[in-house]
Design a protein around this ligand. Structure first.
Ligand code: DAH
Length: 348
């Protein structure tokens, strides 16, 4: 009897050892393990069947031992299964190396108008101009009357206007000069500010004109400001924006809100002044309007024209971008064509 007992005890212990040291590389080996130990005809089942042959006083010990074997087999089986399934879903099985760096996510590019806008802000910022912004819907007074264009003034025809509301009249601003008025109403000199923003004109859309575009207005008002200051400020701007080779020239012009007024040209960037289709063989291209702020405008904004004087200028951002990037159709800025925009991926 005791020989039988020893043999079965030993058998159970050796099964336990084998279970504990078992390792599997493949799914089939795990399945074989299950069949051999846990399956309905497996060794553990046989060990349980032995219980009835064990003398009563040893039954308890043997029962505990067999339960240990059973538990060990079940735990091992679960562990083997989960190890193998991790390796399988893991990329090794599919030949993917997870330690490689990921594919880069393609970034968008900045819009050329945004690029030029921030360059202009940066250039003027370096000489102390701060940004002021104003609303795009303004009353008639801010867009026209305060700027020396009373009702029925012929200069209003220079800018075809979208009226948003009649009596009192509200318009989509036709120029950022309306922000000049806002700023001067709010603040006494010294004023040194630039105002970038979108403007609207009721124009037929073509390669050269659009019903919406962007401008930057500049305004400098203080106790002694001269036309020489205006020229030097704009010369600095042109050198920074287009390069130190670039020349400027001023032509007398007319704007109701400045006196004297001028338009400024830069030497053609393409032919360097020799004459080409871009400059219509003149060697020069116009980039902005400017002048000394008309004393009547200062007065309209409650700034003493006896004490203060100033200069102002206004330029189109699209125009600067077209010259700088050699774009020949203003409509491209508003079409959001990915191929067009993508060209500015590496622009600053
Ligand atoms: N507001 C003018 C326009 O839209 C541009 C301009 C000209 C602005 C002369 C100025 C200026 O401040 O002094 O055509």
């Amino acid at each position: 009897m005791s020989a039988t007992k020893h043999k079965v005890f030993d058998q159970a212990r050796s099964i336990l050892d084998k279970i504990e040291s078992f390792a599997a590389q493949k799914q089939e080996e795990v399945e074989q393990f299950r069949i051999k130990y846990i399956g309905s005809k497996g060794l553990i089942k046989e060990l349980f069947a032995e219980i009835k042959h064990i003398p009563p006083e040893q039954k308890k010990d043997f029962g505990q031992l067999v339960n240990r074997v059973k538990k060990a087999a079940e735990e091992k089986y679960e562990a083997l299964k989960s190890n193998l399934s991790e390796e399988n879903t893991g990329s090794q099985a599919e030949g993917i190396d997870l330690t490689l760096p990921a594919d880069p996510i393609p970034l968008g590019s900045r819009h050329p108008i945004a690029i030029i806008r921030s360059q202009i802000i940066d250039i003027f910022g370096r000489i102390g101009f701060i940004i002021s912004e104003g609303p795009e819907v303004v009353d008639d007074w801010h867009n026209f009357s305060a700027l020396n264009m009373p009702e029925n003034h012929p200069a209003r025809d220079m800018q075809d206007t979208y009226f948003v509301r009649k009596d009192p009249d509200f318009v989509l601003r036709t120029h950022t000069s309306s922000v000049q008025v806002e700023v001067m109403q709010r603040q006494q000199p010294p004023i040194r500010t630039i105002s970038p923003g979108r403007v609207y004109r009721n124009e037929t859309i073509s390669a050269r004109a659009h019903c919406q575009f962007h401008q930057v207005e500049g305004l400098y008002v203080d106790e002694s400001v001269s036309f020489a200051d205006l020229k030097q400020t704009l010369y600095y701007f042109v050198q920074e924006m287009f390069g130190t080779e670039t020349q400027i020239q001023f032509r007398p012009s007319y704007f109701p809100f400045t006196e004297p007024s001028a338009e400024m040209d830069i030497s053609c960037l393409i032919c360097k002044g020799d004459g080409c289709p871009v400059c219509k063989n003149t060697g020069w291209v116009e980039i902005l309007g400017c002048g000394m702020v008309d004393p009547a405008v200062l007065e309209n904004c409650k700034i003493d024209p006896e004490k203060y004087m100033g200069f102002a200028f206004g330029m189109g951002i699209e125009r600067i971008a077209m010259l700088k990037y050699r774009i020949n159709d203003i409509r491209l800025f508003f079409e959001n064509d990915i191929q067009f925009l993508d060209q500015f991926r590496h622009a600053l």
